[in-house]
Structure formats: C-alpha cells, structure tokens
Design a protein around this ligand. Structure first.
Ligand SMILES: O=C(O)CCC(=O)C(=O)O
Ligand SMILES: [Fe+2]
Length: 336
C-alpha cells in the first residue's frame, strides 16, 4: 500500500494550561492562555495541551482498560454492539464506520460511553451506559478507571469550552446557556497494527469532528494522527501526558468562522496496536448558537446539537445494509 507521507515540519502549538487552570491563576495569566488558545484554534483548529489537570495515573489506567476490553472474545464485544443500543453506547466493530466518500471502512474498533441517565430520553441520545459483565471484565479493570477518566475529561472539556468562549470576548459562564444536560460522549478506540489493516485502509479516514470540543488522549509513543493544514498533513506526535484538543464543525459555525474545524485522520503505521480516547463535549440537544442571542437567521444558525448528531450518523453509515440503517435511524441513533 502507498501511504502519503506527511510533507511538513510544522508542529501544532503546545499550550501550557496551568496559568489558566491552577488555583493561583491571575486574570492576566488567564488572559494569556485565552489568547494562546484562540490563536491556535483560529489557525489550526487544534492544539496540544500540557498541565491540563488530568492525572497521569488516570490516563494510564484508561489506556490499559481499553486494551483489556478489546481483548475479550469478539462475540462478547458484539453482544454489546452500539448498533443495537437505544442510546448508542457500547461496541463499534472494525468496519462499522464508513463515511460518505471514503473508499474503505475504518480499521478501528471502539467502545462508547456517555453521560448516564436512567431513562432513555429522548431515544438515541440520553440513557444508561452499558458495561461488560464483571465476570468478563472485573470492574477495577474497566468500569472504574473508565468512569474516573470520563469525569476528568468531562471537567476539562467544560474548561476548554470556557476558554474558547472567552476567546470570542464573551464571559465564560455563557456556557450555562447551552449545557444544562449536555451530550458528552467518550469514544475509546483501538487501531490494529499496520499489518492487520487492508491495503488503502485508514485507521480512521479524514474527517472533521462535527460538534463542540474534542479532548483526545493518545497512547504515548503510538503516533498516527495527522491534521490537515493548508493542504498538508501535519503529524501529531503521541506524547506522554500531552492531550490534543480540537474544535468541531459546530464551534466553527457558532464562532462565525473565527475558529477552525480541521480535517484529521489516523494511519497506524506501527507494528503494534494503537489505543486512543476521544471525548466529544457538545452541548444541550436543543441548543442553537449561543453567541447570537437567538436572533440569527438561516439554517446553520437554527441547527440544534441534536440535528448535527443525526446528520453525522446518516453520513457515516450511509452504506450500511439498507434495512439496518433504517432501523437504527428510527431509533434516533447516531455516531461520531
Ligand atoms: O484516535 C485518534 O487519534 C483520533 C480519533 C478521532 O479523530 C475521532 O475519533 O474523531
Ligand atoms: Fe476526529
């Protein structure tokens, strides 16, 4: 297989979040970080973050938990398939995702959890998470570290949203306008080694994230992520304790194009599997652009978070067997 090699020496900005997040942050140290984040996301749509507040032990435990889960027998994973789940939690098999325009299915496999709620309401969005039975994977080996990391990343996603909001000149607490019960989905991913992918197949094909803030943890040393910048692919190294943060299409649209939503893809060229975890921090299902005070006109401005989620699902699963797609859509399911 011929892989286009990244042809650039560019690196994504690396931002130290401590002067914003630490208890002794001052208005001026916070302003510096707000400006750095605004500049990075306006230019690249992405940045790398250090001193982000997620303990290293929590990151390591999560990576191990994902590795453990992915090793259980295939039929046990398929029994938890997200395609059968009424609120799109659970297991996505290799080959389940196919974006319109792609030549091949993604090689990755994934497992989703989200904000848990007892009731499935509305169908397709909010509901309980599913977990492997403790006999199969004891809770300390999956459920506990995953839930603990989810809470950490959920907290960080909120902070990043506030940084971006302030970068547009609004008070950070504008966030409360669209986050009463926000959709915050976490996708734990395994990319097979290069030798186990088909010729021409990507781990995850080029795409933009469609929603709000994405916080990505990569297993350190397992490179593979590339971000498009002015027609070139910038490789993003997988560094220990460095998170990769990016804005989705909804932020690009809500910000009137100030922030970019950049295309990115993953090719695992290594001879070992690659583990990563992306948290997608969106907003309330009925939220529309909070920056225009409900006065905006035109389709893009009226699109709700729920509309965007459904649209993405339709485009990613367009080539699934017809009947299955219909059933899944009827249930209001969607995917990232
Ligand atoms: O695994 C990665 O490095 C990127 C994942 C990603 O882009 C996504 O899930 O949307
Ligand atoms: Fe992505």
């Amino acid at each position: 297989m011929i892989i286009a090699m990244p042809s650039t020496n560019l690196i994504l900005p690396l931002i130290d979040l401590a002067p914003y997040l630490s208890p002794d942050a001052t208005p001026s140290s916070k302003a510096t970080v707000i400006a750095q984040v605004r500049a990075a996301v306006a230019e690249f749509g992405f940045f790398q973050a250090i001193n982000h507040g997620i303990p290293l032990a929590s990151q390591h435990a999560l990576i191990e938990a994902i590795r453990t889960l992915m090793k259980i027998p295939k039929e046990e994973k398929l029994a938890m398939s997200f395609l059968k789940n009424p609120c799109r939690r659970g297991y996505e098999g290799s080959g389940d995702t196919f974006r319109t325009g792609d030549k091949m299915h993604d090689a990755k496999e994934a497992f989703y959890i989200g904000r848990p709620s007892e009731k499935i309401e509305p169908p397709g969005f909010h509901g309980p998470n599913i977990w492997p039975s403790p006999e199969l994977v004891p809770e300390p080996e999956f459920r506990d570290p995953v839930w603990s990391y989810y809470q950490n990343t959920n907290k960080l996603g909120r902070e990043i949203w506030q940084l971006l909001i302030q970068g547009l000149g609004h008070p950070g607490d504008l966030l409360s306008r669209f986050t009463k019960k926000p959709v915050v989905m976490m996708k734990m991913i395994r990319y097979p080694p290069f030798s186990a992918t088909l010729s021409g197949q990507y781990g995850i094909g080029a795409h933009t994230d469609f929603g709000g803030v994405t916080v990505l943890l990569q297993e350190s040393g397992r490179d593979g992520l590339e971000v498009e910048y002015k027609g070139e692919w910038i490789p993003v190294p997988a560094l220990e304790n460095v998170l990769v943060i990016n804005a989705g299409d909804m932020i690009a649209s809500w910000s009137g194009g100030v922030y970019q939503s950049a295309k990115h893809r993953v090719i695992n060229k290594g001879e070992v599997e690659r583990i990563s975890c992306a948290t997608f921090w969106h907003g309330d299902l009925d939220a529309t652009n909070p920056f225009i005070d409900g006065k905006g006109e035109g389709k893009a401005e009226e699109e709700t978070v729920a509309d965007l989620l459904v649209k993405r699902f339709k485009s990613q699963f367009s080539l699934m067997k017809g009947k299955q797609t219909e059933e899944v859509l009827k249930g209001g399911l969607f995917a990232h």
